[in-house]
Design a protein around this ligand. Structure first.
Ligand code: ADP
Ligand code: MG
Length: 525
């Protein structure tokens, strides 16, 4: 016996068939979600939490699939989400279609290896085709960036507010984007989404959402008598605390006499007072501490008219450092004025029942916050998912300033070009390329289907009109075939590229598997 007892083995065609089936099911679940006319899904977690969303990545994340092939589809979607932030649903639908078409070819006797090769070639060719029609954009053209962000939110539940969310996404990315030193003459930038802090609170209207040119710290000021509004804030970021740290080992201090106790306390007070004096000496008027501040510390800080916030998350401290150009200080003995950061305003504000500290009007902040407001937790959760997509697509374009139009136009155009190209490819690969062409057409087809349009008529019209204009696609809002570029439905080239790459990767990965060895489940755990 070669395998451990209890291991089940599925071989050859059965393994492949089984995997394709599972992947197709995942694709079928996501199909109705695609595009602005897609349906929403209600997801109920094991503990009964309800999420209503239209976001492919979220649906897959919450679905908790078990089948290994289905898991690969979920992973691919996640990769797309991490990489470019949009196009997750599309990648799963295309991967499912690629596998469905492959199944037909296999039935006709074409070996999976040939299909894999054909698919890979077709994928590279598709990207070449897209590259040719992609339009270069100017990163300084805010209107274009806003349209890109808006398009990514067209399909979200909060799309009615996409103009405000898109505006926030563009402002946030432009604030944190930086031109790398090795960019040379090339006009491109790098943007790190970690530098955009999204803070949400239910209540108010979504229109009250806004960009803070600084950081929102969701903590309150350590004591009510400390100043709550500081203009021209000189900010100290301390990753230790203002307290006498308890030692790692259990140190015993034996106090035999009352005077000793008094001395001990006096010593502690003196040390804390000295710490506060050091802070006051560099003229800091706001302190963010990663650890605690004890009562004596609070007392002396309040007396020195210094505003302090304790137990600030490390990530917030780092964000504050980027926003205010402060250096995070560990030891107060080395403190100098150069370590301090600057913000024109630090203010504690009441947000519903909480009090948060707003550090804002920072000079050229390299980290910013977006405050999302909205009617209910569910709505702001979806708004957060939407702004994530918006931030990501703006980042994509800032880093690689090229766009294509949406509405299935690039997929329809590419599939036409692939069919033409396939004529020159002899042998069985020819069929694989045609299958790839069919598979990517599933995007305009699904968009039309979800809008309730006549699929055959729509596709025929798109195909015929595209000979003169690659941006002819399915306008699901106006329910007709239209020039999607003119409608300002535009998407990053990087998203389409990633979608094609990931979908092909998932499909070919599954097509190459001819043996599934499943270990017996460990029942003991
Ligand atoms: P994904 O997770 O793949 O981004 P979405 O549900 O966000 O899935 O749908 C994206 C698709 O919807 C893209 O093909 C995009 O071009 C298309 N789309 C967005 N807005 C429109 C519109 N107004 N009309 C037609 N298609 C649109
Ligand atoms: Mg999308």
């Amino acid at each position: 016996m070669l395998l451990k007892e209890g291991t089940s083995q599925t071989k050859g065609r059965d393994a492949l068939k089984n995997n394709i089936e599972a992947a197709k099911i995942v694709a079928a679940i996501l199909k109705p979600v695609l595009g602005p006319r897609g349906m929403d899904k209600m997801l109920v977690s094991p503990v009964g939490d309800v999420t209503i969303t239209n976001d492919g990545a979220t649906i897959l994340k919450e679905m908790d699939v078990q089948h290994p092939a289905a898991k690969i589809m979920v992973e691919i979607a996640k990769a797309v989400d991490d990489e470019v932030g949009d196009g997750t649903t599309s990648s799963v639908i295309i991967a499912g279609a690629l596998l469905e078409k492959a199944e037909e070819l296999i039935k006709k006797g074409i070996h999976p290896t040939i299909i894999v090769d054909g698919y890979r070639k077709a994928m590279r060719m598709s990207i070449e085709v897209l590259n040719k029609i992609a339009e270069d954009v100017n990163v300084d053209d805010r209107a274009v960036l806003i349209d890109i962000a808006k398009t990514s939110m067209e399909s979200k539940i909060v799309s009615a507010d996409s103009d405000i969310l898109a505006d926030l996404a563009v402002k946030a990315i432009l604030a944190v984007a930086e031109k790398p030193e090795d960019a040379g003459g090339n006009y491109y930038m790098m943007a790190d989404l970690d530098n955009v802090k999204v803070q949400k609170k239910p209540g108010g209207a979504m229109r009250e959402s806004r960009l803070i040119d600084g950081i929102i710290v969701d903590k309150e000021i350590a004591h009510p008598e400390m100043p709550t509004r500081i203009e021209n804030a000189r900010i100290l970021l301390l990753n230790s605390g203002l307290e006498i740290e308890k030692t790692e080992f259990e140190a015993k201090i034996s106090i035999d006499r009352p005077e000793q106790m008094k001395m001990f306390l006096e010593e502690e007070t003196k040390m804390i007072k000295a710490m506060v004096n050091k802070i006051a000496a560099v003229n800091a008027n706001v302190v963010f501490c990663q650890k605690g501040i004890d009562d004596i510390g609070v007392y002396y800080l309040t007396r020195a008219n210094i505003c302090a916030v304790k137990r600030v998350k490390e990530s917030d401290l780092n964000a504050l450092a980027k926003a205010t150009s402060a250096r995070v200080v560990t030891n107060l003995d080395d403190l100098s004025q150069a370590d301090l950061g600057y913000a024109q305003l630090v203010e504690e504000r009441k947000i519903e029942l909480d009090r948060w500290v707003f550090v804002e009007k920072c000079k050229n902040p390299k980290a910013v916050s977006v405050l999302i407001r909205g009617g209910s937790q569910r709505i702001i959760d979806e708004a957060e998912r939407s702004i994530h997509d918006g931030l990501m697509v703006v980042k994509d374009v800032v880093q690689k300033p090229a766009i294509v139009a949406g509405g299935g136009s690039p997929e329809a155009y590419t599939s036409q070009k692939l069919r033409e190209w396939a004529q020159s490819i002899p042998g069985r690969e020819h069929f694989a390329i045609l299958a790839f062409a069919d598979a990517i057409e599933s995007i305009p087809i699904t968009l039309a289907e979800n809008a309730g349009l006549d699929v055959i008529n729509t596709l025929t019209e798109v195909r015929s009109k595209q000979s003169s204009n690659p941006w002819i696609g399915v306008d699901v809002k106006e329910m007709k075939v239209a020039d999607m570029r003119k409608k300002n439905i535009i998407e990053p080239f990087a998203v389409k590229e990633q979608v094609l790459k990931s979908a092909t990767e998932a499909a070919t990965m599954l097509l190459r598997i001819d043996n599934v060895l499943a270990a017996a489940r460990n029942t003991r755990t």
